[in-house]
Ligand binder design. Structure first.
Ligand code: NAD
Length: 254
């Protein structure tokens, strides 16, 4: 069950956190893993770990915001069975303290980056007569979260993009879903706590852990297991949906 043998998976942002956990698990399940990353060293480390364990993969030092560079990478890879649009960046702020520059930066990576990879991957999937796409959304796409104006909008766009692509490519045998995690303990979380709450990091970490009714943050591996199911042949009936994985954040926070 859940074998990815003979499949090629492209994972953006696979050098860290959730993307790294997905890359390692997918390689373990037999996929050839291509990581598209800004952080070249981190991606190379993950590929090294995959190869040391007997797996196959390649790191591509590419910014998801650069459409031509992304088209070149996908054409070089040639065959794409699975695309995971995972690369994303955070921003803390409400409407009034979100500048035009902040908004453009978040949308460029979180929204246009996903669009660029879809734009490059879907024609290859159509040619092959099949494909699976998984987009990383967030609980921020579904509930109002304090001070996440631009980030929430970008993840709402990811959710809508998921539905649109799932609908348009039904006849091409391409499935498209998204995952909406609550807080997962990754460098992404540590980074924004350090940047935005330098004076009370431990307190904010505790508060963010408790905001999941289950009492803790998620682990990258826990997200990777859901990703594996959704991208596996066993999930052949699953398309056009979003899957919260949130320790009860959306439904039990009362
Ligand atoms: N960690 C959480 O609590 C959480 C919760 C919900 C959703 N998410 C989403 O999950 C995804 C992964 O988050 P994470 O916590 O693992 O983050 P992370 O910061 O640990 O990893 C993200 C990776 O993406 C790469 N990246 C960023 N911009 C890029 C670009 N322009 N081109 C190529 N690579 C780029 C970074 O170099 C980094 O290695 C993001 O989309 C994030 O919004 C995270």
């Amino acid at each position: 069950m859940f074998s990815l043998t003979n499949k090629t998976a492209v994972i953006t942002g696979g050098g860290s956190g959730i993307g790294k956990a997905i890359a390692l698990l997918f390689a373990k399940q037999g996929a050839a893993v291509h990581i598209i990353e800004l952080n070249t060293d981190a991606a190379a480390e993950v590929i090294k770990e995959i190869k040391n364990a007997g797996g196959d993969g390649k790191a591509h030092a590419t910014n998801v915001t650069d459409q031509q560079a992304i088209l070149n990478v996908f054409n070089e890879i040639g065959k794409v069975d699975i695309l995971i649009n995972n690369a994303g960046i955070a921003h803390v702020g409400n409407l009034e303290n979100t500048t035009e520059v902040d908004l453009d930066r978040i949308f460029n990576v979180n929204v246009k980056g996903a669009y660029n990879c879809l734009y490059a991957a879907v024609p290859l999937m159509k040619q092959a007569g099949k494909g699976v796409i998984l987009n990383m959304a967030s609980i921020a796409a579904h509930v109002g979260i304090t001070d996440r104006f631009a980030y929430s909008m970008s993840k709402g766009a990811i959710f809508a993009m998921t539905l649109s692509v799932a609908r348009d490519y039904l006849a091409d045998n391409i499935r498209c879903n998204s995952i909406s995690p609550a807080r997962v303990h990754t460098p992404f979380v540590d980074g924004f706590i350090a940047k935005n709450y330098p004076d009370n990091q431990a307190e904010v970490f505790e508060k963010l852990s408790k905001s999941q009714p289950i009492g803790r943050m998620g682990k990258p591996d826990e997200i990777a297991f859901l990703a594996l199911y959704l991208c596996s042949d066993e999930a052949g009936f699953v398309t056009g949906n979003d899957y919260p994985i949130d320790g009860g954040f959306i439904t039990l926070n009362n």
